[in-house]
Design a binder for this molecule. Sequence first.
Ligand code: ADP
Length: 319
Amino acid sequence: MKPLALFYLLVLYVILQFSWWAYLLIDLNREVYREHIEFAREHGHPEKVTGLEKELTQRWQMVAGEGIVFLGILIFGIYKTRQAFQKEFSLARQQKNFLLSVTHEFKSPLAAVKLNLQTLLRRELPREQQAAMLNRAVAEADRINNLIENALLAARIESHNYNLHKEEFSLTDCIESSVRNRLVPVDQNRQIITDIDPGIYMKGDGLAISSLILNLLENAEKYSPEGSPVTVTLKKDRKNAVLTVADLGIGIPDDEKSKIFNKFYRIGNEDTRNTKGTGLGLFIVKHIVGYHSGEIKVTDNHPTGTVFRVTLPLEPPSS
Ligand code: ADP
């Protein structure tokens, strides 16, 4: 916070200096006019005295008016600079959080892979057990891969180096297979209720859309108690496809709803949080929705939890 303190000190100095100069200017004016007024009074020119007094008031008002405008501009500038400072600070904090969480994220799947492989090396196990351990190791390696993919995707989005395909594909199949693939490595007791309309096709990037649904599903599972159901629906609504992912989890407070789509943003503090994540998932989701000229909304679920609702035009506006 040191630079901010220095900034406030500088602002205080400018205001004090400015007030001092304004005072001096008014005082100087008063001094000059007083001499003229006295001179006019002594020589019996009352109309000149009134004129000079009026002029002095006008001068005074002019200095005050200009002072107010200057102060207004100064305060506006201070406000804007402060805003920029705060934005930088919060980005720096989020980046620090990102580094902390990425380290955590890498450590645990790597440790799991290592443990599974070491056990396989050291002990003669029955074939099924070996297969189970290898599957677990592969799933953990997939998690690391996912994390890297997300980080690369976010970097490409940032540098506007992200080209999407615009091909017709079956949204129905894409959502169904994403939900199916998701089920394998994660919480086995999790029930994913689906209500997916058949035969919905759209123009766009199928891979990006499956990354979108995987991110929303992963969040729904991460931020809700183990075993609680997650509902995925896909419906056609005139010229749009409407996809919803709803959970019965911890929910998102109203004042956080608009922030969660920012890069690196995670609710709460990294030191106290116990869920894993990087704050990149929804940033990517928002951009994928944007690239498809769609919309994403987040609302509360009942009795608890969150609903993400994505509206995607089936025929994107021609560009
Ligand atoms: P993360 O890697 O932290 O999950 P995201 O960008 O996917 O990053 O999400 C940003 C934040 O939004 C999360 O850290 C979490 O606090 C909040 N969030 C996202 N989805 C949900 C959800 N379904 N329920 C509650 N909170 C959520």
